[in-house]
Each structure stands twice: as structure tokens, then as C-alpha cells.
Design a protein around this ligand. Structure first.
Ligand code: ADP
Ligand code: MG
Length: 626
């Protein structure tokens, strides 16, 4: 496709992203201004603390929000930044008395923080790269536990490295240079960076892999790398937050960066909503204000003539109750999934894309053939696929039918390297796909949909397709135009701004196909695309698939239980039964094949063969479940 026929304006799409960034910054500015104007020096102190926490929590959310993994390990980056920046900026004389055994390469730099902050960021990046190579291999609870392990180890190292940290004693002499201007400026920069990362190619890839790692991999996204990059970006910024924190306190110890601080920051992130940058900001503000308000009453107070008793630990109790309340009322946090990509609803999306023209259809693809030769796969003795050979060339719809459990989905998984074949090959031109890494399959012109919906549920319909186009290697502008083209081809333009998990079932099924097509495949593997659709939706889908296959000349391997649908589209039908191909040929040949009739309706019931020849026969719905 040439760039000349593309006139999409990703700039407009970006406008709404900018809006969210501005909103997050504006909320922070209003609160900071309010605090300093109303409460004077006390307010300013709280505001500085709040802004430093914004940097730390936004940094934390770069990893947690984009990968969906909660981290307790960020205290390690905070400590690294604080100690390193402290040592680099400390007056030389003070350093000689406080840290007499400091390694020579750290001695006597006495720099300003404008030098120490970038150094802290680099150190954070390096430390993240080192630890991330292991942590990025993990997902879910095991990743969280690994981050907790990291925190515990870092804490132990900080106590043991007495020459550098003074051990568990207070580390003092750090210039207290984190004033309101610096903290606020850093918070704004952190918000901008986090928003930028979130909407960037890598942020989108990470969020796609977060929502469905297998589906992301099938689009060519290497899930582990997305987690690694998010960890590195997050670690670098967290080290800067730590440095600012250190320069705010002036004196600290390893305990300052341990569970207490880390838990507080994780709570801020979860209360605000970890999936969004705005959530991190709102969470910090809400928790900080609550904390400081309640603290006033901790030692007892008189409100409206009523004398309140002194309650020890009141702050912690109220904070705990507030967290329970938020999680009960809004499990996704205060901001939750509110912060979306391009357009939070259909109208916003329409306005954003007004005047944007679609990419013209791609040139018909070069002829190619996906060829399975003698493919086999067993699961603990169950021969799911045995010795299957067939061809799916471009320019043809190849139907693949067979009763439930025949091995159709397993075959698709073998062709796309989601499963490793026991034997046999799947060739696309000269390449044997069974030897290609799972995430590199799309490079060979093969895309797929899944039998059970596997959309990126936290992304909008637009982003679901956009991320696929980006993963195919297109720049943002081309990817935007392709996205609009595919959304239009599958009647999804009106719902483009909605989250995928909020769409009606039929639209979700179509969205999965649009997502696969955004990669401009030569061969498209569709695993039961019409399952669960009503007859009119099925007809509509058939029309759209005919249009796509004719104009683009791609090959489709179409699996479905709706034989009327398969017959209408397919030029060639392959029939599987108990893992093996039992017949293939034109729809007419296959329909009258005794083996096929037997497989479908069983021995001795051939009198019912009219039922299968009857083209509007559909399998009972219980057969669609596997
Ligand atoms: P179809 O898609 O034709 O309904 P499948 O390919 O889903 O059939 O299943 C074929 C056989 O392989 C079934 O017996 C199924 O239980 C088995 N199977 C498929 N995937 C797996 C898996 N990941 N682990 C174990 N068994 C599997
Ligand atoms: Mg199946």
C-alpha cells in the first residue's frame, strides 16, 4: 500500500489523549494551588509530598497499569535513586565524616541534582534491565511475588552495604532541594511521560499482552518483551522519584523505602485505578488528603462543640476503611477504565475521525499456499490431529468442517505454532511454520481468529485493530488508516470508541476478524466466526467475508458448524473426523460422500442423509461449545 492514498489524521485521534493528560495535570494543579493558598506552609509541605508521590506512583503504574501486574519491588528503585542522588550531591566535607569508607568512584562529586537526577534515571534503567530480564518472564501472582522478593533483597543489601548507605543508621546530609516548583514540575513531566508511553506502540503492545497474551502473540507481539520494556521505563522513573523523595527528606534509612512506603504507594495506585495515568494522580491526591485530614484529629480535637477523644492509629484505621469502601464501590479504582484511548464514546470518536478517509483496499495479495503435510498432535494419548494434509491457497475459501472434537481448532493451533506439532509440517511458500517462533507467524502472512473470543478487553474496538496494524510493522499514520478501513468493512465504525468488553457479541466476533485482517494476511484462519450469531448476522458476515476475499484475493480457512454458511462461502471443503481428514472436495462432492454422512449422523441412520444434504442444516448449539 502506498502512503499517497492515506489521509488519516492520527493527530486528531491524539487530541483526546491530550485531553486526558491535560485533565490529570489540571486536577493536580488545582489541588496544589488550593493547599498552598489555604494552608500556607503546612499546605505547601503536603503539596510537595503529594507531587513526589505522584512521580513515584505514576512510575509504578507504568509497569503495573500496562502489564496488569502489581509490583511491590519499586521500593528498590526508590532507594537506589535516593541513595545515589544523595551521595552525588552531598557536600564533600560532610561526606568524608558521614561516609568515610565510600568507594572512590562515588567520592566527592558534589554535583547539583540536575546532574544527579539523570544519573539516577540511568542507574534505575540499568538496574531494571538487570532485574527485568528475570521478572519479565513471569506473569500474574508469581511476578508480584518476585517483585516482593526484589524489595526484600534490596532492603537487605541496603542494610549490609554500610560503606555506601550507613547501614540501618540514618543517612544524612542530603541537600533538601525538593521544593514545590521542582516537585510539581517533575510530577507534570512524569504524567506526560507515562501518558506518552501508554499510548505509544510499546504501551499498546503491553496492554494488549496484558489483556490476552496468546492473542497478542498471534499478532506478532512478543509479550515478554512488552513486560520488560514497561519494567525498564517504570524503574528509570521510579529511581528519579526516589531521588526527589530523598532530597525532600534530607535524611532517611533503608526502612524509609520498605514495606510502609511501598504499600502506601500501591494503595494509592489501586484506589485511583491502576489502568490509567489519571488514576495514579487521583489516587495520590485522595489518599494524601485523607491521610493529612485524619491526622489532625488523631490527637483529639473539638469539632462543632463536640470534643473528640484521642484515638491512636486513627489515620491507619480511616485509610483502611476508605480503601475497603473504594474497592467495594469501584473495584477498578476511582478513575477505573474511564480513561480511554481515542474517544470515550461513539460520538467523540465520530467527531475525532470526521474528514478522515479510509485507506484504500490493499492490492490483491501475491498468490501463496498454506500447505499442511502429515501434521499430527496428541494429548496424552488422545490423537487430536493425525496425519492431516491439505492446502489452503490464496483466492479461495477453504471450508474445514467436522463434528465436535474432530481436531479443527487443534489444527489451527498447529498451523499458527500456538501448539508444537508432534510431526509433519505446515508450509507457507518455502517456510515451515512449525519451525517459526509463535510470535513470528504473522510475518509469513498468516492471521487467525479464535473460537472463544480473545479480544483485548480493556482496549477500545479502535485500539484492538490499531494495535494489530502497528504490530504488523506499520507507522501510526498508516495503521490509523488501516484501522478505519477494517472497522468500516465490518460495520464497527459506530462502536470504535467503546471498550471491546462492552460490545454486543456479534460485534465482538466481527472485531476479531477485523483485527486479524489489519495485518494484511495472505491466509486468514477463522475458527467458528459465526458461532453464536443469529441467521441474519451470519448472512451479513458471509457477505462481508465474500467481499474481503474477492477484493483482496486472500485465502480463508473457514471453520464453522453452520453448514449453510460454510457451503455458501467455500469453494473447497475439508472434512475432519477423530483427528483425521476423511474427505475433501467441492461442496457437492463432500455432501454426498457416505463417510461424511456417517461421521455426522452415525451408522445406520443414513436415511437421514437428506438432513445433511439440506443446505440450511445447522448443528445443535451444544455442539458449538468446544
Ligand atoms: P474441534 O475444534 O474440532 O471441536 P479440538 O481441536 O478442539 O476439536 O479438539 C480435538 C481433541 O483434542 C479433543 O479431544 C480435545 O479434548 C483435545 N484437545 C484440544 N486442545 C487440547 C489441549 N490444549 N489439551 C488437551 N487436549 C486438547
Ligand atoms: Mg474447535
Amino acid at each position: 500500500m502506498s502512503d499517497a492514498n492515506l489521509t488519516a489524521h492520527p493527530g486528531r485521534l491524539r487530541a483526546s489523549n491530550l485531553l486526558w493528560t491535560v485533565a490529570a495535570v489540571a486536577v493536580l494543579l488545582v489541588v496544589v494551588a488550593g493547599l498552598t493558598l489555604i494552608f500556607g506552609r503546612t499546605g505547601e509541605r503536603i503539596a510537595v509530598q503529594m507531587c513526589v508521590n505522584v512521580v513515584a506512583v505514576v512510575a509504578l503504574a507504568i509497569y503495573c497499569g500496562n502489564t496488569g501486574i502489581v509490583s511491590f519491588g519499586h521500593g528498590a528503585f526508590l532507594a537506589l535513586g535516593a541513595y545515589l542522588s544523595g551521595i552525588l550531591t552531598m557536600p564533600a566535607g560532610l561526606q568524608r565524616s558521614a561516609l568515610p569508607d565510600l568507594p572512590t568512584f562515588l567520592v566527592g562529586h558534589e554535583t547539583t541534582i540536575w546532574v544527579s537526577l539523570p544519573v539516577a534515571a540511568l542507574a534505575g534503567l540499568g538496574f531494571a534491565a538487570l532485574t527485568g530480564s528475570a521478572i519479565a518472564r513471569l506473569v500474574g501472582a508469581s511476578a508480584t511475588i518476585a517483585t516482593l522478593g526484589l524489595l526484600i533483597i534490596a532492603h537487605g543489601v541496603a542494610i549490609a552495604a554500610r560503606e555506601i548507605t550507613r547501614g540501618s543508621q540514618t543517612f544524612y546530609g542530603v541537600p533538601r532541594v525538593t521544593d514545590l516548583a521542582l516537585a510539581l514540575g517533575a510530577a507534570v513531566v512524569a504524567i506526560l511521560l507515562a501518558r506518552w508511553y501508554r499510548e505509544s506502540r510499546w504501551g499498546l503492545f503491553a496492554r494488549a499482552a496484558r489483556d490476552d497474551a496468546d492473542a497478542a502473540t498471534s499478532l506478532g507481539i512478543y509479550a515478554r518483551r512488552t513486560r520488560f520494556l514497561s519494567w525498564c521505563a517504570s524503574g528509570a522513573l521510579a529511581a528519579v522519584a526516589g531521588a526527589l523523595y530523598g532530597h525532600m527528606l534530607g535524611a532517611f534509612s533503608p526502612a524509609s523505602f520498605y514495606l510502609g512506603l511501598v504499600f502506601a504507594q500501591v494503595v494509592m495506585m489501586i484506589v485511583g485505578g491502576m489502568a490509567s495515568v489519571g488514576g495514579a494522580v487521583v489516587g495520590v491526591i485522595a489518599v494524601t488528603l485523607l491521610q493529612d485530614t485524619v491526622r489532625q484529629f488523631e490527637g483529639g480535637a473539638t469539632v462543632l462543640g463536640i470534643t473528640l477523644p484521642e484515638v491512636f492509629g486513627l489515620t491507619t484505621i480511616v485509610l483502611g476503611l476508605a480503601i475497603l469502601l473504594v474497592i467495594w464501590a469501584r473495584p477498578q479504582g476511582i478513575v477505573g477504565g474511564f480513561e480511554l484511548g481515542p474517544g470515550a464514546d461513539a460520538n467523540v470518536f465520530k467527531r475525532l475521525t470526521a474528514g478522515v478517509t479510509l485507506a484504500s483496499p490493499p492490492e490483491p495479495v501475491a498468490p501463496a499456499t498454506l500447505k499442511a503435510s502429515d501434521l499430527s498432535k496428541s494429548f496424552a494419548g488422545v490423537k487430536a490431529v493425525q496425519g492431516v494434509s491439505f492446502e489452503a491457497p490464496t483466492g479461495r475459501v477453504t471450508g474445514l468442517i467436522g463434528p465436535n472434537g474432530a481436531g479443527k481448532s487443534t489444527l489451527v493451533n498447529l498451523l499458527t505454532r500456538a501448539y508444537q506439532a508432534d510431526s509433519g509440517s505446515a508450509e507457507m511458500g518455502e517456510t515451515d511454520l512449525t519451525r517459526v517462533a509463535h510470535h513470528k507467524i504473522p510475518n509469513h502472512g498468516v492471521s487467525r481468529s479464535f473460537q472463544n473470543l480473545r479480544l483485548f478487553s480493556g482496549l477500545t474496538a479502535y485500539e484492538n485493530v490499531f494495535v494489530a496494524a502497528l504490530a504488523a510493522g506499520h507507522d501510526r499514520k498508516t495503521a490509523a488508516a488501516i484501522t478505519l478501513r477494517e472497522l468500516d468493512a465490518f460495520d464497527l465504525s459506530d462502536v470504535a470508541g467503546f471498550r471491546a468488553d462492552g460490545l454486543p457479541y456479534g460485534a465482538r466476533k466481527r472485531l476479531e476478524i477485523a483485527r486479524a485482517l489489519a495485518q494484511d494476511p495472505k491466509i486468514l484462519l477463522l475458527d467458528e466466526p459465526a458461532a453464536g450469531m443469529n441467521p441474519s448476522e451470519t448472512d451479513d458476515l458471509a457477505d462481508r467475508l465474500v467481499e474481503v476475499s474477492q477484493t483482496r484475493g486472500i485465502g480463508i480457512l473457514l471453520i464453522d458448524h453452520d453448514l449453510r454458511f460454510v457451503n455458501r462461502l467455500s469453494d473447497w471443503i475439508v472434512v475432519m473426523h477423530q483427528g483425521a481428514v476423511i474427505a475433501q472436495g467441492t461442496p457437492e462432492d463432500v455432501r454426498s460422500d457416505p463417510k461424511v454422512i456417517e461421521a455426522y449422523i452415525g451408522k445406520g441412520r443414513t436415511a437421514q442423509k437428506a438432513a445433511i444434504s439440506e443446505t440450511n442444516q445447522t448443528q445443535p448449539t451444544e455442539d458449538l461449545s468446544s
